[in-house]
Design a protein around this ligand. Structure first.
Ligand code: MF3
Ligand code: CO
Length: 251
């Protein structure tokens, strides 16, 4: 069931989303050579708790941390570890879900550690642009397939792999609600968008082949060919005449 949020619920989701944006802005200066993904996780957990909010991922289906920290060929759901220390030239996706008064905000973006090569720059730039192409399709009357197709078409035009095993989702009191929002699809198919729906669009694109596998930890998803992956995600409200990004970039 796809829920339509009330004005009161939307106001709480705006606050949850803004906290997600502020946490990304807070952690950005720490993303440097020598810091561990565990330290990033600890800093963000403290930031969230200090803002009277909840690190929703922690304990979700047994997930052990606040953040997903996905480095280089890790696509999503990388678990922070003390021994995972960032190196110059890495890329890292920070993905977080924050609960505020029972409502969730969810956003991921990929960051460069020091100087990265041209391939990784290209991957990051065009993964974020693929997300924005999807966002442009968000308005009442359009359908989920319009978003999915726009993301896929942009990614393919830029010769990037589209990971198909994972997708975006509705969001509200739960971090994952209906509908599913795939990153590939057919225009004019799927659920119709209506004002008051809130969805997460989150392309996961690879520089090489699109195929992925999961590690034995039950979470970490990596590219099969070890090529780097990027992941950008926004929480988006469908409004009367289009959309509002609830997790705006503050940089
Ligand atoms: N933020 C991720 C998403 O976009 C998932 C959360 S990871 C989990 O759906 F560990 F909480 F599962
Ligand atoms: Co999400």
């Amino acid at each position: 069931m796809i829920t339509i949020k009330s004005e009161r619920e939307i106001e709480l989701m705006r606050k949850a989303g803004m906290l997600v944006s502020e946490m990304h802005q807070f952690i950005k200066p720490y993303i440097k050579e020598g810091i561990s993904t565990y330290e990033l996780d600890q800093l963000c957990e403290k930031f969230i708790i200090d803002h009277d909010a909840v690190p929703t991922c922690k304990g979700f289906e047994g997930y052990p941390a606040t953040l997903c920290t996905s480095v280089n060929d890790v696509v999503v759901h990388g678990i922070p570890h003390k021994e995972d220390v960032l190196k110059n030239g890495d890329i890292i996706t920070i993905d977080v879900v924050i609960g505020y008064k029972g409502y969730q905000g969810d956003a991921a973006w990929t960051y460069a550690v020091g100087e990265i090569d041209e391939d990784k720059k290209y991957l990051m730039e065009h993964t974020e642009k693929a997300l924005l192409e999807g966002v442009k399709m968000v308005k009442p009357g359009n359908r989920i397939g319009d978003i999915s197709h726009a993301v896929e078409e942009y990614a393919e035009a830029h010769h990037l792999g589209v990971v198909q095993e994972l997708c975006g989702h509705g969001i509200g009191q739960d971090m994952h609600e209906d509908p599913e929002v795939p990153n590939f699809g057919i225009p004019n198919t799927g659920p119709r968008l209506r004002p008051g729906m809130v969805i997460c669009i989150e392309p996961m694109l690879t520089f090489g082949d699109r195929h992925v596998y999961q590690l034995e930890d039950g979470w970490t998803v990596k590219t099969q060919d070890a090529s780097p992956a990027a992941h950008y995600e926004h929480t988006i409200l469908i409004t009367e005449d289009g959309y509002e990004i609830l997790t705006p970039r503050l940089d």
